[in-house]
Design a protein around this ligand. Structure first.
Ligand code: NDP
Ligand code: MG
Length: 398
């Protein structure tokens, strides 16, 4: 039977890759709902091609979308708006699969709604899990939602873990003979930049990733290594382990997408050409496999794979994330919110590249941490951290 899919963030990089995978399997999947935020023309094009039943856009974009629908002679597509609309489609009874591909904290509530409703949730929106941690994991356990990682590293780890790993009792220690997780990082576009050079890099340079084509926010996160920091936190929650069981390995070719080590000396790696269609297809079809356009690896053309330890002096974001995970409670949510604001300020050329981790460091020190017992506490600290980051940015950009 065909599965009904909702793509939150259909106009983004992950959204587009998801559509590319679905294109090849029209008999297996149909599209129920799509969301967009600013790219309304693009949404119109996607709607023309896929004829969803529902779309979600911000309230102030409805007029523009209706105009686009009229021009394209599109009828019978219901338009919902804002957060409420996103939550409605994420938990809609007709939806089987939710691709959570909104960027940042804006994806938290709809992703959680999908998890509470017991959907198959394909998680690209790592910020949602970084912020809500145990709350999201417990909600998945309670509802029976299948929370499947789309982030290429976590998808790779998932592929290298024993099949029944996600079903076991969670207790913060690796289970079933697993000893360590090796989280690979490309190192981003500035891997070999000196500290001095890093101070002067521009948004355009930061958004030009050597191996992956991605949205602007995650591209900057990859350049600061905050992306790896957020992924470290993501891995701890998804696989229920403490942060010291996760080692970050810089691997500039992005061919190995991460590894799992076992107590018997084995190391399992998942490899492939760097294309998000592979982890998306894996999470869509798991435990089955479906075909994608991604060509198989040509090992003879590769010649070599390199590995090195990350330099946390030049890339302090990684240390901030590790410390936030160690502290636990609301610290990861504070880190995430301050980073989102700092990245935006960097993209708007208000602050320099090295100010991005400095802003998070400042905010983490300024705001008192406590346990993250409720969603309201997380949303409240998210607001506080954003304010504090804005304030710091004003001081820095004077
Ligand atoms: P993009 O910026 O390309 O896309 C983001 C999507 O979210 C767009 O559809 C955008 O709409 C929508 N959006 C942005 N802001 C809001 C908002 N405030 N409310 C509702 N919707 C919003 O990002 P990516 O696709 O690159 O990344 C998406 C998520 O996936 C991120 O969390 C990222 O970390 C994660 N990820 C991405 C990878 C990649 O290769 N790109 C790899 C691994 C994880 P619009 O475009 O219409 O404005
Ligand atoms: Mg990743």
């Amino acid at each position: 039977m065909s599965q009904s899919v909702c793509i939150l963030g259909a106009t983004g990089s992950i959204g587009q890759s998801t559509l590319k995978v679905l294109d090849r399997h029209p008999e297996k999947y149909s599209i129920f709902a799509l969301s967009a935020y600013s790219r309304i023309e693009e949404l119109g094009e996607i709607c023309k091609q896929y004829q969803p039943k529902v779309v979600v856009v911000p309230f102030d974009k409805v007029d523009q979308l209706q105009k686009v629908f009229k021009e394209k002679n599109l009828k019978n597509i219901e338009i919902l708006t804002d957060k409420e609309g996103l939550i409605t489609v994420a938990k809609h009874p007709e939806v089987d699969v939710v691709m959570a591909a909104i960027v940042g904290a804006a994806g938290l509530l709809p992703t959680l709604a999908a998890v509470h409703a017991g959907k198959r949730v394909l998680l690209a929106n790592k910020e949602a899990l970084v912020m809500s941690g145990d709350i999201m994991m417990q909600a998945a356990q309670k509802s029976g939602a299948l929370l499947l990682p789309v982030d290429s590293e976590h998808n790779a780890i998932f592929q290298c873990l024993p099949q029944n790993y996600l079903q076991i009792e969670t207790n913060q220690e690796p289970q079933l003979g697993v000893s360590q997780i090796l989280l690979t990082a490309s190192g981003g576009p500035f891997l070999n930049h000196s500290s001095d050079q890093l101070k002067h890099v521009t948004p355009a340079q930061a958004c030009k990733h050597p191996n992956w084509s991605m949205g602007r926010k995650i591209s900057v996160d990859s350049a600061t290594l905050m992306n790896k920091g957020l992924e470290l936190i993501e891995a701890c929650h998804l696989f229920s382990i403490k942060e010291h069981f996760v080692t970050v390995v810089v691997h500039p070719q992005s061919i190995i997408h991460s590894m799992v080590q076992y107590i018997d000396g084995s190391t399992l790696a998942q490899m492939g050409n760097p294309d998000m269609c592979t982890p998306i297809a894996h999470a869509l079809a798991w435990p089955e496999r479906i075909e994608t356009h991604v060509p198989p690896l040509d090992l003879f053309a590769l010649h070599r794979l390199d590995f090195q330890a990350p330099d946390t002096d030049r890339f302090p974001a990684l240390t901030l994330a590790r410390q936030a995970m160690q502290s636990g409670g609301l610290a990861p949510a504070i880190l995430n919110a301050s980073n989102e604001i700092a990245v935006e300020a960097f993209l708007n050329e208000q602050i320099g590249f090295m100010d991005i981790p400095a802003v998070s460091d400042f905010v983490l020190n300024e705001i008192a941490n406590s346990s993250a017992d409720t969603l309201d506490m997380i949303l409240d600290i998210d607001r506080q951290a954003r304010q504090s980051a804005q304030h710091r940015i004003m001081q820095l950009s004077k």
